[in-house]
Structure formats: C-alpha cells, structure tokens
Design a protein around this ligand. Sequence first.
Ligand code: GDP
Ligand code: MG
Length: 1002
Amino acid sequence: MAGKDSGNLKTVRLWRDAALRARKLRSNLRQLTLSAAGGCPGAGAEQLDSPDAPQLVLPANIGDIEVLNLGNNGLEEVPDGLGSALGSLRVLVLRRNRFARLPPAVAELGHHLTELDVSHNRLTALGAEVVSALRELRKLNLSHNQLPALPAQLGALAHLEELDVSFNRLAHLPDSLSCLFRLRTLDVDHNQLTAFPRQLLQLAALEELDVSSNRLRGLPEDISALRALKILWLSGAELGTLPSGFCELASLESLMLDNNGLQALPAQFSRLQRLKMLNLSSNLFEEFPAALLPLAGLEELYLSRNQLTSVPSLISGLGRLLTLWLDNNRIRYLPDSIVELTGLEELVLQGNQIAVLPDNFGQLSRVGLWKIKDNPLIQPPYEVCMKGIPYIAAYQKELAHSQPAVQPRLKLLLMGHKAAGKTLLRHCLTEERVDGNQGGGDKEKSYPPAAPSVSKGIEVTSWTADASRGLRFIVYDLAGDESYEVIQPFFLSPGALYVLVVNLATYEPPRFPTTVGSFLHRVGARVPHAVVCIVGTHADLCGERELEEKCLDIHRQIALQEKHDAEGLSRLARVVDEALARDFELRSASPHAAYYGVSDKNLRRRKAHFQYLLNHRLQILSPVLPVSCRDPRQLQRLRDKLLSVAEHREIFPNLHRVLPRSWQVLEELHFQPPQAQRLWLSWWDSARLGLQAGLTEDRLQSALSYLHESGKLLYFEDSPALKEHVFHNLTRLIDILNVFFQRDPSLLLHKLLLGTSGEGEGEGESSPPAAAPTPGQELLRTTQLHHYVEGFLLHGLLPAHVIRLLLKPHVQAQQDFQLLLELLEKMGLCYCLNKPKGKPLNGSTAWYKFPCYVQNDVPHAEAWINGTNLAGQSFVAEQLQIEYSFPFTFPPGLFARYSVQINSHVVHRSDGKLQIFAYRGKVPVVVSYRPAKGVLQPDTLSIASHASLPNIWTAWQAITPLVEELNVLLQEWPGLHYTVHILCSKCLKRGSPNPHAFPATF
Ligand SMILES: Nc1nc2c(ncn2[C@@H]2O[C@H](COP(=O)(O)OP(=O)(O)O)[C@@H](O)[C@H]2O)c(=O)[nH]1
Ligand SMILES: [Mg+2]
C-alpha cells in the first residue's frame, strides 16, 4: 500500500515486516538483476531525455534463473527470447520502466510465474490473453499505471493472493474479481471508484484492504461479510457515515478513517475489540466518540483536526494507549485522569484552547513526542510547557511546595521608524498623569532598577499601568535606526504586545512600506501570531481632514499588504497541492516540473507549513490610534486602550499565568538592591537568593530556566562558558549592546577618549601603558583611537583593549569584561579572529570582528592568495551551490549573525559586506547574500563550494555543516517563508544563462 498519510509508525513497521518476510522467501531462489547498457541508476532525468529506449541483452545460460529484476531500465519492450530462455522463472520485476502494455512474452512464462511486478509503468491496458496465461500467479502489482479498467480474465487467476492496482484510473472493478477466493491483500486506493465495489464482499479470505482516495460516498451494510479483515484503509473516501454492519468486522486491528466527513461512530463500534490503531483525524467530530472508550486494546488513536471541545475522563480506560494525537481541535481542558495513561509515548495537543494542565501531568514521563504549541497556557505557563514534560513536572512539584501567585506583567514593544515618536510616547505614557489626578507617581521607572545611563538606543523601563490590579508593562523602546537591526530581533518574543508607532505629520502613502509595511513583515516572520496595534503620533501637527485620510490610508494599505501576502501564500500552497496531485512519478518526469523529485512526504510537510503561515497571521488591531503627545486626554485614551487589550484574556492569556510563589520571589530578589545593580550574579549568588525565596539548590535550575525563557534574565544552561552566571541586569546589558550599535564616529571617539582619560589606575593589563600624557602624546593617542574607530566602522574590527575602553563606563573588572565578550559571541554578534579553539590567547591582543559593520563590498583577497578564486574556477570543477531564497522578507541581521555562527567551521576566512570567502579544511566555500532587486528577484543567501566531479562528495561535506547552522538560525523565524534549491552547474557548462534549480529537501 503506497503513499499513506498517517504518520503512524507502528503500521509502517507492520508493512516493513511483511515486505521482509516476502524477501526472505525469495532469498532461496536464484536471482538476476539486469541494467540497460549505459543506464546510470539515479540519473533518471537524463535517461528520460534520451530519444532511444535502452535495449537489454539477456546473457546466455539463464535457464535456471528463478528471479529476474529488470526494474529501472526505461524499457518499452522486454528483451527478445525472454519467454523461451527462462524456463524456471518464478518472479519477474518490471517496475519503473516504460511499458504501455503487458509484454506478450510474459505470457510464455505463465505456467511457472508466481510473482509479477509491473508497477510504475505506463500501462493503459492489460492484454486479455497475457493475463489469462498467468494462471499460477500469486502476487500481481499493477500500481502507478494509467489503467482505466481491468480485464475480466483477472478473476480467473485462482491462486492470486495479493493484488495491487492502486494509483490507476479505475472507475469499476470487473465482476469476476469476486472469484479470487484466495485473495488476502487488495489495494485499490487512489482510483476513481464511485461506490464500494460489491464484488469485494465475496472475498472471504481478504485480510488487508485499501480503498482510500476513491469517492465511495458510503459503505454497504453487508460489509460485515469481510470477516477476515484485519487492516482496512478508508482515508479520504467521502464516507459521511458508517453503517452499523461495519461494527461486525470483528477481526479489525488497524483502521484508517481519516478525512471522511464523519460526525459520529455507530453505537456498536465498541464491538471492534481487536482494534489497535484507529485514525479518525480530519473529520467533523464535535464530541469525543464515546464508542471508543471500551476499546481497551487501543494503542494508537488519532483524532487530529476535528472540533472536539473536551476529552472524557473515561479515557483513562484506554490503558494500553501509546500514541494519542488530539491536535487542532477546540479542547479547553484535559481530564485529570489523563495522567493515568502512563504508557503514553506520543502526546500531541498543539492548536487547542488548553489553559491549565492537570496536576501530576509530569507523571507522563514516557512521553517523548510532545507538542503543545498554540495553546493559551497559564498553568504551567507557556514557557514551562514548551520545554517539555520534565520541566512541567518540576513546575508542578514547585507549585505543590509553595503557594501559587499570579503576576500580571506584559511585555510591550514600541517599534517604528527613527523619529516616529516612540521615546516621547514612552515618556508621556509612563509618566504620572498630566492632569494631576493620579498623584503619587511611579517609583519604579527603570526595570530592573539601575543607575541612570547616558546611552540612548534600545531602552527598557517598567510601567505600572494599573496599580490597583498590579498590572505592569515592561516597555521596550526599540530604536528605529538600521544599525540596531542585528540585535532588535532578540527582543521580538511571543506573547508581547507590539505597538507600531508612525509619525503622522511626515507620513505619506508612498512611505508605507518603510514606515509600516516592513515592520509588520518583520514581526510576522519572528512572531507569526503577534498582536499589533498601530499608534499615529504628531496628531497635533495634522489637520483634522489630513489625520483622517492618513489613518485611513495606513489602514487600507495594511489590508492590501495582508491580502497580497495571503494570496501569495495561497498560490504557493496550490502549487504544492498540484504537485501532490500529480504523483511522484510524473513529478519526476521532467526537471522543469514544480517540485521536481520532491517526495510526497516532504511536499506534505511544506503544505503544512503554508497552512500554518496562513492560519497564523498577525493580529492587527484596527483602527489606527492617533495621538498627540501634547494632549493629556488623548494619552489617557491610549493608556485605557492598551490596558483593555492587555486584559483581554483570549488575546493575552500570559497575563494571568500562575507561578509558584517561590519563583516569583526569586525573580523579585534578583531585581532588589544591592544585587540589582550588578552586571551579573554567579550561580552561587543566585542560589543564595533562591534559599531566601525558599528554593533549595536542586530546585533552582528550573526556576532560572523559566526566568530565562520568559525573558526576565539570561541564563544559558547549555553553555560551558556561561552557565555559572546569571545575567539578570537587562538594562545594563542593553546599554552595553547599545554602545556597539551606535554607528556615530564622533560619539565612539568621545567614548574612547573618556575611557583613556582614567587609564592606569585600573587593572587593564592589555591596555597600552599610560603615564601622564604630554599634549603631543595626547594628539598621537587621539589619532590612534580615530584609526580604530575607522577600522571598526569600515571592517567591524576592534582589538580587545579598545573594546574595553569603549565599555569603561559600563564594565570595570577584567572578569566582567571577559564574560561579556563570551556573551556577545554567544549571541552571535561578534567572533574572535585569533583565538585558538578552546585555548586562551598567549598574551597577544585578541581581535574581534563584528560582521554587521563590514563595509567593503568584496572580501579582501588575501585569504585567497594560496587558494583559487571560485568565480574563475566554476568551469573547471563542479560547483555545488545551495541557495535560500526569501520572497517576502529577509530577516534583518541574518547575514551578520550567520557570519558569526559559521566561524567555528571555517578557516582563512575573508569577509565582505555581502560575501564571505573561507575554507573548510582544504575545500573553499563561499557564502553570499544577494539583496532583493524588485519583486522578481527576491533576497537570496547561498552557500557554495566546488570540487572535481569524482570528489564532489568533499564539496558536500564542506557545506553541510554550514547549511545546518543556517537552518538553526532560521528556526528563530517561524513565520518566515523561504525556499531552498540546489543549483545545477551543468546548465552553466552547457551555456545556459541561469543554472537550473532543483528543490532541496532537507
Ligand atoms: N508635536 C509633536 N511632536 C512629537 C510628538 N511625538 C514626538 N514628537 C517629537 O518628535 C521627535 C522624535 O521623537 P522621538 O520620541 O525621539 O522619536 P523616536 O526616534 O521614535 O524615539 C522629538 O523631537 C519629539 O519631541 C507629538 O505627538 N507631537
Ligand atoms: Mg527613540
């Protein structure tokens, strides 16, 4: 049975065992496999292009051969003399050739042939004489052909035990089929039947039947006649209902009923006591089918994509259950008894409405496949659930230890173009109310409280928006300047409220893409389902009419952009659908077909991703909210609006998440003086705070892990260099990041000069020596520093001691400084040029490279003097190139981050603004970013290498780790659409202007 969409491994295993058994039976036989001369296995495309069908010549003395495999040869005829030469043949395999009819020579083998495989050919008819000659046949495979009908003579093959006619064009089956008394297995799936064939009801020996993907529109009541049936596949058969006779199929073990518009099961369904696997996905069940509950032997149950709202507590009676899929329903809660299903290995709950998981959920410790995404979880909070069952167990244990606490906090992100009015808006919103009614003021402006800082850039503050309810916003003011592109994405996290700020005074319709559109794309790519509200500032500078028109225009263009994107995605999803409908064989017939050579499985995965993208659009709250920062009443209206959005339980379940009191206290302690001011805490410092919060050390890890996941602090439990430290002071960290991303040369120089002025008193071992400088020395130093600033802004290069000068106001201790550099590397913002792997530098100056600053268009060629330039080489050796293409939006800063991420894999690298030359061992690699040129040429990122053809494998090995690193980075952008292609250098050799792109499927 081919091409099943079930994801159920057990059944697959069953089939594999059966196949193995068949092969074992054959292994005692004398076998021969032949390939056509010149035919090269795997090069299917080329073979199909050649005009002449290949010819096979049979070797002499093959009279005693019992198994002959002529598969995969592009044959249209069998070799001459086949019938007479093979007097002992029992098994003939002709699959994957180009036969249009059964070769007449096959008839001559009829009296001894027991197995014939003609699948994956171009059969449009079976010769009646040939068929009736095959009277000894036990196994016949005709799948994946173009047969519109089967000859009546088929019914005369009295020994037939297995028949596969799937993936043809059959609208009827011959009546004579009812004579196949010995038939055990029948595949008729993916044909054009319009009703269940009644002939089959006579086949009392039938154990396995697949009638999927036919428009049966119902089953006969007397289907109960098929008493021996163990495996029945009825996927996508438009059944609508099941007759009660269905429940008499008492031998059934595996049953596929997905995608049939079923709303209920017959009451007697519980008679199917032997059922082990049941797939009811993609139906219309609104209630959990109660008739399942007595099926105590059930091991796998699939109920994905229905409309269930609850799960009965009696589900615990299904004590043998290993696999339970309930994703994409409307389930609001799970019964407490679900934790009794301790044998569960797969539990899939994604895409429901579950807010609270039952107590003792952590008991389900065998669950290895766990999916819970897209649920409004508050207890345990989303961040805990996402990390897996052990983390849930730790949370629930902790909650049992200490009281639950609700902590209404919400991250609010202010985004928008430079000078949109974000910072003033933040000040006005968070300052005590101008009308004076709300005296008292907010003492906790800065979160966590910290020394006032001079730097501007990204800023984070705390705003107690509703003191009576303790509701607090953590406000991130994301600088609009392009230089912050690399770090901005770090702050875009799920569950935040996004406020996109637009300056209405300067807004003009043509500016929509840069001031609104691109920001929405960015947020959508990072947080697909984010809640965005649009605030228009500078309302006081606009006339009433102007205000209205501009707000309306923004509104209209957002709708247009959304429509355009959704249509684009739907179009792409349709291409996948069409490719899927065409079937793998046809898809592989021409390299110009869409999704050439891509497997059905990968196509379905791709389709699921499109579906996900289409279902998870940004939630943009309309209308545009105009505000003047000079008008207290308008500001108050905006405050009220933001509060009402935040408190909307459906939109922000996060706000109501339940925490163990100890975790909450731990968090608060981290942000209290004196530790609040420090840049980081050691694990031991944190552990001491933990004890104060009532957490013993063994329980600290899960608490810190939660605080990290929810963005309260940074704690890298998996980094050897950082795991002993807790970075709790985000304000200071962000100030430090800002230092690197303000690209203003005079400001940088100013900071460096400030840094040097206090030199000598610190413990700066690597800094140049400094006595009291003379004016001449002063000048020299200034020139030198100027030089460093230039180098930084041009090449992104800085030596460690100059970085120290820059950070002087923020970081004093050498230890802090080292740690900070580790952190910057971990975040993927810079890499050390000359640090030997795993060893400290021997006294020499470490140089750091910040790829986002590299300005030179082409990499410097120094690194390539010993090597060879790829561009000049591509015609000599085979070029291997993988290209990622981003039709909607390219993640800002991705190239720079990627550039850091690959550093551990390459040597002798040389960086340009858009290109990196490097070596992997001795093999050259090139990474190139090509920004979009209009709509027709999207952004692309490619990874290339080359080698001579016999060694092409070395090129593959060279680029594979780089491809993997990119895939890891791209996982940070779940809402992003991109395609991956392997480019064929042969096209270039043949003089084609563009290489052909084959879809890559990893
Ligand atoms: N008249 C007026 N000026 C505003 C308003 N909002 C911001 N501004 C001014 O616009 C300029 C840019 O604002 P700023 O908050 O720094 O923008 P940011 O770059 O988005 O943070 C500043 O001079 C603000 O004073 C407003 O509503 N009305
Ligand atoms: Mg600002």
